[in-house]
Design a protein around this ligand. Structure first.
Ligand SMILES: C[S@@+](CC[C@H](N)C(=O)[O-])C[C@H]1O[C@@H](n2cnc3c(N)ncnc32)[C@H](O)[C@@H]1O
Length: 407
């Protein structure tokens, strides 16, 4: 790959200003390279590889199937489908900080596009793919809006029912690109949202308007990680296939791992370059221990709510326990998961690396953003092994090879 191509890839992931800062040049210089108006010095190729791109080369050669990653966050779903031999050809994520983490962990070649706001991407500009992945944010669908449009004599269908919601963007891409399969992920509450109307609209559109064969299941991350995290997974296939949740292999929940499997070992075996640990033994940095003020506040708040008979208060846990659901708000006070440090020390929050492990990310996953951003990103993410177990069920049913031969 020549330097110009590397510059193009860097600019798909970062702004000209970010590329310029990383390379120690002016943004104008980066723009001139991009426009092929001036030639970069030889060192630029190495600098881009080391400072802006993940290690190694982008994937090449044939892939088992092609997929797209919508509402991608930091790519939890992508990891699972790459493990099945899939190649990601399109990503959409609009949050700059999530994009940064994503770009630091996935290496893409010229056949991959990294888009921002999906509502601004025309479906014709989405490349052909076999599998569509989307952890779309849940929004209410306005029934009133539908009847108003009906009264105006506008066309029926998913466009009317879901227009203005992010599910609409998923539906219009499925309608235009007809992928062989999709996997959608959401919070369990999607089922009861708006008295069940949101969920039944979604299933109705997928089955009756887009014509897919659809299955859904609530899966708890606790099968794989020490966290109670229930999420709904919706799977669809364009053609009739032999899909069954009975074939899903989930390790028994009762013997699932406990928190000590994800906490820093503090015995010197965690990588020394992680900023959340320090010293020869890799002890958790004191900044994660709650200040006296915050700890007193959380205890008083919990006591007040107990008196009123509501609320859960904080969640104090030790290595032998399972955590509550990690939320995107964890950065605020960490109250849902506090690690007990004994009587003489206030509890501490999880470090971002422990959050990564709690979501099933491997230790090689890079965290290039601040702690606050990292907490948000892991709190929004999927439990990777949950998606892997579903991907394992889906991949053999894609039969991509047969379709290519027939074409
Ligand atoms: C629940 S998270 C999905 C996380 C992902 N499944 C993962 O494993 O990291 C939803 C993501 O959608 C992104 N998002 C929301 N609206 C968007 C839009 N209009 N275009 C692109 N991304 C969007 C958010 O920034 C967020 O990262």
């Amino acid at each position: 790959m020549d330097t110009y191509e590397l510059i193009d890839i860097a600019l798909q992931r970062f702004s000209p200003k970010e590329v310029a800062t990383a390379l120690g040049v002016d943004p104008k210089t980066v723009r001139r390279w991009h426009a092929r108006e001036s030639e970069p010095k030889p060192y630029v190729a190495d600098a881009i590889r080391q400072r802006l791109l993940p290690f190694g080369e982008p994937p090449s050669g044939p892939a088992a199937f092609r997929f797209i990653d919508l509402f991608a966050g930091i790519g939890g779903m992508r990891i699972a489908f790459e493990k099945q031999g899939g190649r990601c050809v399109f990503t959409s994520e609009w949050d700059d900080y999530a994009r940064k983490t994503y770009a630091a962990n996935f290496h893409d070649g010229a056949e991959h596009t990294f888009a921002g706001d999906i509502t601004q991407v025309h479906e014709d500009n989405v490349p052909d793919h076999d599998v569509l992945l989307a952890g779309f944010p849940c929004q209410p669908f306005s029934i009133a809006g539908v009847s108003k449009k009906n009264a105006l004599g506008r066309p029926h269908g998913f466009a009317d029912k879901t227009q203005g919601t992010l599910f609409f963007d998923v539906a219009r891409i499925i309608a235009a690109k007809q992928p062989k399969a999709f996997l959608l992920e959401n919070v369990k509450n999607l089922i009861s949202h708006d008295k069940g109307r949101t969920f039944s609209t979604i299933i109705d559109v997928l089955r009756n308007e887009l014509g897919y064969h659809v299955w859904h299941k609530v899966i708890n991350g606790k099968h794989f990680v020490p966290q109670n995290r229930e999420r709904i997974i919706i799977v669809g296939f364009r053609d009739p296939v032999d899909f069954s949740w009975e074939n899903l292999e989930l390790p028994p929940i009762e013997s699932g791992p406990k928190l000590d499997s994800i906490l820093h070992r503090e015995d010197g075996t965690d990588p020394a370059e992680w900023h959340c640990i320090e010293g020869a033994r890799g002890k958790v940095t004191p900044k994660y221990t709650l200040s006296e003020k915050l700890w007193v506040y959380l205890q008083n708040y919990a006591a007040e709510h107990r008196r009123k008979g509501n609320g859960f208060g904080f969640g104090l846990v030790s290595g032998k326990d399972t955590a509550r659901t990690l939320s995107a708000r964890y950065y605020k006070d960490g109250s849902e998961i506090l690690i007990d440090q004994g009587r003489r020390k206030n509890p501490r929050r999880l470090t971002p690396r422990e959050c990564a492990r709690l979501m099933g990310f491997e230790d090689s996953f890079r965290i290039p953003v601040s702690d606050t951003r990292a907490y948000k990103q892991f709190g929004n993410s999927v439990v990777v092994p949950v998606i892997s177990s579903v991907a394992e069920l889906m991949a053999p049913l894609l039969d991509v090879e047969a379709e290519r031969k027939a074409a």
